[in-house]
Each structure stands twice: as structure tokens, then as C-alpha cells.
Design a protein around this ligand. Structure first.
Ligand SMILES: [Zn+2]
Length: 60
């Protein structure tokens, strides 16, 4: 099986959650305290897809 060359490989999806301000990288997403992956945002909780960490969002 021949390997295909990948052109214009997309960068990590992680970078979509960052924005740059005055040459500083600002994180837009909350990260997992266990594995530092970005947490998926749900209606009432944050979920880490890597280690299944769940953080409940309490509304005040
Ligand atoms: Zn995690």
C-alpha cells in the first residue's frame, strides 16, 4: 500500500480555540486539569474526551 502525500495538512483543531492578542496567546477554551486537553462544552457540563473527566457547570 503506497502512502499518499498529504498536502496542506490542517493544523491541530486545538488552535481553533486560541486567539492571539498583542502577540499573546489567549486560551478560549477550558482545559482539563487531568490531561490538559480541551473540554467539550455541553449544556450543563464540560467533558474531556481524552480521559472522561466531567466538570459540572453550576449556574448561579
Ligand atoms: Zn482529560
Amino acid at each position: 500500500m503506497a502512502k499518499k502525500k498529504v498536502k496542506n495538512k490542517k493544523p491541530s483543531q486545538k488552535w481553533k480555540k486560541y486567539k492571539t492578542e498583542n502577540n499573546k496567546i489567549v486560551s478560549r477554551g477550558k482545559t482539563c486539569p487531568k490531561c490538559s486537553s480541551f473540554l467539550g462544552t455541553h449544556k450543563d457540563r464540560l467533558h474531556c474526551g481524552s480521559c472522561s473527566y466531567v466538570e459540572i457547570i453550576s449556574k448561579k
